[in-house]
Design a protein. Structure first.
Length: 149
């Protein structure tokens, strides 16, 4: 299929949605393979994103990112902790605060499952020039902002 030099904006929105659906299906497969609810998988992703951004992950941060109330957030954290996917520990700077961290084993499980997909996408992005990657980055960043309540 030849590249369209000026794709229809609505087509791009539909392609973004389709890619999001595919990501969701892979997340569901991962969750099913490891006995996790879809919200548990989203919670792990949120915690990994927070770690990558250098944010201190708390139950409050997780609740806000997942749109859950306190009871729902506690249930997710309890399930993930029982499965050995999340560890809770006291913040060294503020002993009253409990921080959350994805366990090394859960990271390994995620890398084993999602690593090939991520590697393929990184390879694909390598076929785009710097200006194209900058445009993709700008679009995805703006789309995320537009989709965030």
């Amino acid at each position: 299929m030849p590249d369209n030099p000026d794709p229809d904006p609505l087509e791009l929105v539909h392609l973004l949605r389709a890619a999001s659906v595919e990501f969701g299906l892979r997340q569901a497969e991962f969750g099913a393979a490891h006995g996790m609810h879809p919200t548990d998988v989203r919670a792990l992703i949120c915690l990994l994103d927070a770690a990558r951004a250098g944010e201190r992950a708390t139950a409050g941060l997780l609740a806000a990112r997942l749109g859950l109330n306190s009871a729902g957030t506690t249930a997710v954290i309890d399930r993930l902790e029982r499965l050995g996917h999340v560890n809770r520990f006291r913040d060294g700077a503020d002993r009253r605060r409990v921080l959350l961290q994805v366990s090394p084993e859960a990271v390994r499980m995620g890398q084993a499952f999602f690593g090939p997909v991520i590697d393929g996408l990184v390879d694909l992005l390598g076929t785009f020039g710097p200006a194209e990657r900058a445009a993709i980055h700008r679009f995805l960043t703006s789309a995320r902002t537009a989709l965030t309540p």
